[in-house]
Every structure is written in C-alpha cells, then in structure tokens.
Design a protein around this ligand. Sequence first.
Ligand code: GUN
Ligand code: FE
Length: 402
Amino acid sequence: MKNILCNIVNPVSPEEIQFLPKQVISISESKISAIIPLPEFQGILDEDRSNEYALPGFIDLHTHLSQYYIRGFYEPALLPWLNKYVFPEEERSKNMAYAEKLSREFFSAMRKAGTTTCVIYTAPYFTACDIAFEIAKETGIKALIGMTMMDMNCPENLKQDSNKTLEDSILLYEKWHGKNTDLDYIFTPRFAPTCSLKLMKEVAKYAVEHNAWIQTHLSENKEEIELVKEIFGLKNYTEVYQKAGLLTQHSIFAHCIHLSNEELQILAENKCKIAHCPDSNFFLKSGEFPLQKIENAGIEYGLGSDVGAGTSLNMLHHTKMMNYRQSSYPVLPAKALYHITLGSAKLLGLESKIGSIETGKEADIVFLKPQRNYPLENNGISQLVFCGQDFSITKTLAGGRN
Ligand code: GUN
Ligand code: FE
C-alpha cells in the first residue's frame, strides 16, 4: 500500500472536469484502493505531492511504434512521405535487435510523456510485433498492439504473402489475446492502397467471428482517396472497407478528414470509432478534421499522436493541436482533456478500469508539476492544455508501477 498526497484533475464529460484539491490516493497492488481528502486522512503519507496535479494516465488511440525514430522527417504529403521515410524505416525492424531497442525506447518515452494506454501499429514483421508485446508486458502499460499488414503496392521487403500475413496475425492474436488483462491484439491492415480486398475480407471475417479489434487508416489525403477509387473502382473510400466487412463497432479508423455525409452516416450506423490525429494532419498537410460534423453524426472519437507523422508522444501537445487545428470551432480544454482520458477509455470499452482517478480503477496516474503555483481550479486546467510545456511530468504510474 502506498499513500500519495496530490491534487486530482478528473475528467467527467466533454463539458466538465473536476478539480479535487489535497487528496490522498491510496494504491494497493495495481489499483486505487481509496481516495481520501487530506483533513480526513489518518494513515501515513508515503509521498507528499501537494504541489503537483494528478491526472489519469493519458490514452493515445493511434501511434506507430515503428516510426518513433523518424518523427519530424519532413515530406509534406502522405504518399511521398510513406515512400521516402516510412517504408525504409519500417524495413529496419526486420532486424530483431533493432526492433527490440526501438520498442524499449518507445515504451519508455511513452511513459515519460504520461501515456499509460495506447493503440499501436508495429512494423510488418511477426517478431517486431511480438517483441513489442513482450516489452509492454514488463511495464504495466495497457496496449492494443497489431502487426501492420500489407500485401500489395509497397516495397518487396515489406510486402507479405496474403495468407502468411493473416496466419501471422492470427498467431499473434492467439498468443496475446486473453492472456494478460493489460494487453490485447488488434488486427492492422495498413490501409486500402496496400491491402488486397481478399486480405481485408479475411481479416474482417476472422475479427468479427472473434469480436476482435481492427485498426486502419481512412480518408487522410486527397491523392490517397483518388488512388483507392482507382484501385477498387468504387464510389468512395468507406465503401471499400464496407465491402470488405471491416466496418465494426471494434474498428478504429484514423484521420477521416475528407468523408462525405453519406460515408459519415455509414460509419455512424456501424458504430465505428475514429482516431483523430490533428498534429499529423497538419504535418502532412492532409487537411482539417471535420470535428463538428463528426460530433453531429454521433461518431465516437478520441485523440491519437500518430507518431511518426505526429511529432510528439506527449498527449497534452495533441490536446492543444486539437484546438489549434480547428479554424473556427473552438475546442474547450475540458473536451480536449476528455479525449485523451475518459472519452478514449469509453471508446475502448475500458471506462470501468481506466480514464479517471477513482477508487477501484487501475492506478494509472500521471503527476504534473507546474513551474509555479497555478490556481488550477480557475484557469489552470486551461493552462494544462495550452501551456503543457510549463508542467513537468514528475512520475507516471501504470498499474501502480513506476
Ligand atoms: N496511411 C497509411 N499508412 C500510414 C502511416 O504510417 N501514417 C499515416 N499518417 N498515414 C498512413
Ligand atoms: Fe497512422
């Protein structure tokens, strides 16, 4: 048991964030066993963090572990950027030692940034994905991890045989699904331009039968959309995934920038989820996420770093970008914080376990120290979003572990 004195900042809804000053969080094993206001606390304090804020560990709904080293390598359009930087870098993860080092550095950086749950793409090699699971297992971090699948339109060294990539993905699913409460497998066909319809259909069939998670990219870039229409001869991008059977309530689509109303409606009807990656969208000049339309369509979304097109693993940076990348729709701080915590926990069906600091939930907590004493209950929460760089992350607990 460990007792930590701190000031809790808890998301409640997209509109409301709760500030609870001077609370003692008691942690037993991996969970929060009690939260007691300081005047009522009678035990012994292990850590006095009375000048720090405690937030629920951040959730990153979309990131490429395989691209951690190439953040900021600039080429301002998706397809040339993939060819010039991403594919050559992902090939390096064929080397086991390289993949292991990369995974270790990635998870360590993620934790330092305060993220305790993430949804990850690895390079398209069984071993690169498997080592990511092994390393995540040591850390208390929660993750959905998937091996990127590609069976066409990519360099030979990355191109997989359709049957083999499905077999490898199923092997990884069988190895990691249900074995550890913190980790699960997510089927990861990269995106329609590099996946045959046959492969996408088989992935969808298996995932639906097993109620498994799926992730891919959708409607990020205009050239990409034209390419998809050319390859598949269908009227829009979403129709390709619909034809493949990939539109499920356990499917997370990254980006979704240029969708028609009809496509939005199809996604909503199928209860599909969206990973919104504002930093990446502007790095690659992909366009502006139609946030208000997505909300009006009733589609659940959360924030993703999309490292390496996203430049940082720090989710507070992405809350700021979520606001800055809307040219006329003002995203309030409570909403931005909700979408890296409780909102994304709900999207993943994990809200009884993570997403806020509450008794009985996992001890996934990030401690932030302001440079000076901000009156957080007034405008300080807003400063967390807009001046995140002024707060240092002093400690991240994932399942109670440092
Ligand atoms: N679309 C297909 N692959 C990728 C990727 O690695 N990053 C981004 N941003 N978009 C993609
Ligand atoms: Fe991505």
